[in-house]
Design a protein around this ligand. Structure first.
Ligand code: NAI
Ligand code: MG
Length: 521
């Protein structure tokens, strides 16, 4: 058993993205023009600890490809400690605590995040490659809004009562599930951290969460604030590390009651298998997408081009609900493609700390290489590169890719079928409503879709026909914490956000009272 705080002091010189100084389990990083401190330990029982095996891994800035610091890397034994801490906290007080207090703690965390807003945004930009616009108008307010929203829910989760059954009365209780394992990806690290913990904590569960290995910093910073906010020890535990070690240990653990996951469909399958072969822990999955974005002729073309561009450019295309298959009616196809390609090629790609830049680097080297391979495969399979189609010249080191538009794409091409998760979009044409509905649904995914038209009857018909958890009319890529979000088909199951997420974190217990019923003889 090891729970020693780190004592090693590291010193190094600074420049943006390089290690500055690191004392007992925390470091100061230069992120843009700010110097931001971040804890580097494994967070268990409100302490930042070194890993039991004394392992570390490097955090890389995607703008430079350089390591910015080393943090503690958890393994199975660290997960075991975290689960024990979460179980003890669940049993001792948290599960039975006053929900008004739980809501107040969530609100307090939101306030502390607002106090440290600019530090958190800068750290997230350094870690992910996001622009200030993306991090400050998307991720950050989304995280704080979600906390406040579930703070409000904490004391409103109640059961039902029934006197409708003769000689009986019955009621239900909504009880927390227990220790929740949560595994999050690298595309919205801060936002996913909050999306996961907020509904779990509001309903009285405790948490062992794993950040993505490519983006561990936002979660570490939040844990510092979780401690300051006054959450009891063990309620939230964070183990930074890799999928095949930390992730695997969480999903196979016999004392974890539930796993919530956001990430790839391939890993989602593995998580279900781990549940099946361990303790049948409950699983919710938010997986990939290949969103169709349908454009009819009766639209305001300028606004539609704006939404279609946002549909793919938001977060440099690294969005599960991105609009990656644009279907345009024959009558406006040429006009759309010209305006859209012009818009895409006008986007400035570069250092995400430069405020004039529209698109920063892709998040990590694996993803960068994967996107470039998809672009090559599109070319080889005979699609036309209308604009973009390669890495940005002169950016060796960082992970910069040109916004890329493919036309002449066939339904069976890889770039039409697989999730690319980058600034790469396919544009195709259609001639009838029934044809485009069939094309839109011709995918194993079902996360998000949109239709653009001024004909409201058509808008309702088409959205009803789309097999998709979210459907937009005359907009794209807008998701709010108060509205349920999740997938049809292989995009997963369970809904995050809104009242729906409370279902993921509560068991329903039915209680019957005998009010004069005789036992059957
Ligand atoms: P991934 O699904 O492997 O990673 C997501 C999280 O799962 C990370 O924290 C990772 O460490 C963890 N993980 C990996 N293997 C695990 C295992 N066996 N058990 C438990 N946890 C495990 O996704 P990756 O490799 O980062 O990206 C691959 C593709 O996945 C992307 O190109 C994209 O298409 C898709 N993706 C979808 C996301 C979404 O929001 N739905 C987010 C990230 C990736
Ligand atoms: Mg990183």
């Amino acid at each position: 058993m090891s729970s020693f705080p780190a004592t090693r002091a590291l010193r190094a010189t600074v420049s943006r993205g390089l290690r500055f100084a690191s004392t007992a389990s925390s470091a100061t990083l230069k992120a843009g023009r700010r110097e931001v401190s971040v804890p580097t330990g494994i967070f268990i029982n409100n302490e930042f600890r070194t890993s039991i095996g004394d392992n570390k891994f490097g955090v890389v800035s995607p703008a430079t490809g350089q390591e910015v610091l080393q943090i503690e890397e958890g393994r199975e034994e660290d997960v075991n400690e975290a689960v024990s801490a979460a179980r003890a906290a669940f049993k001792s007080q948290w599960a039975k605590s006053d929900p008004v207090w739980r809501g107040a703690l969530l609100n307090r965390l939101a306030e502390l995040m607002e106090r440290d807003r600019e530090d958190i945004i800068a750290l997230e930009m350094l870690d992910t490659g996001k622009t200030y616009k993306q991090a400050s108008t998307g991720d950050f307010p989304g995280a704080v809004g979600t906390l406040k929203y579930y703070a409000g829910w904490a004391d409103k989760v109640v059961g039902l009562t029934s006197f409708n059954i003769p000689k009986t009365f019955a009621y239900t209780r909504r009880e927390p599930i227990g220790v929740c394992g949560q595994i999050i990806p690298w595309n919205f690290p801060l936002l996913m951290f909050i999306w996961k913990i907020a509904p779990a904590l509001a309903t009285g569960n405790t948490v062992v969460i794993k950040s993505a290995e490519a983006t561990p910093l936002g979660a570490l910073k939040c844990c510092e604030l979780i401690k300051e906010a006054g959450f009891p020890p063990g309620v939230i535990n964070l183990v930074s590390g890799f999928g095949n070690t930390v992730g695997n240990a969480i999903t196979n653990h016999m004392d974890v009651d539930k796993v919530a996951f956001t990430g790839s469909t391939a890993t989602g399958r593995r998580i279900l298998q781990a549940s099946a072969s361990s303790n049948l822990k409950k699983v919710t999955l938010e997986l990939g997408g290949k969103g169709p974005n349908i454009i009819f002729p009766d639209v305001d073309m300028d606004k539609t081009v704006d939404w279609a561009a946002w549909g793919i450019n938001m977060n440099a295309g690294q969005t599960c609900h991105a609009g990656t298959r644009i279907y345009v009616h024959d009558d406006v196809y040429d006009a759309f493609v010209d305006a859209f390609a012009k818009r895409m090629s006008s986007l400035k790609v570069g250092d995400n700390f430069d405020s004039s830049v529209d698109q920063g680097p892709q998040n990590n080297k694996l993803q960068y290489d994967k996107i470039l391979q998809y672009i090559e495969s599109g070319k080889q399979e005979g699609a036309t590169v209308k604009t973009g189609g390669k890495k940005v010249e002169g950016t060796d080191g960082g992970y910069f890719i040109e916004p890329t538009v493919f036309t002449n794409v066939k339904p069976d091409m890889k770039i039409m079928r697989e999730e690319i998760f980058g600034p790469v979009v396919c544009v195709s044409r259609f001639s009838s409503e029934s044809e485009v509905i069939a094309l839109a649904n011709d995918t194993s995914y079902g996360l998000a879709a949109a239709v653009h038209t001024k004909d409201y009857e058509r808008a309702v018909r088409v959205t009803n026909a789309l097999q998709s958890g979210t459907t937009w009319v005359n907009m794209y890529n807008f998701v709010h914490w108060s509205i349920p979000f999740g997938g049809y088909k292989e995009s997963g199951f369970g809904r995050e956000c809104g009242e729906a997420a409370l279902e993921n974190y509560t068991e329903v217990k039915a209680v019957y009272f005998n009010m004069g019923m005789e036992a059957p003889k």
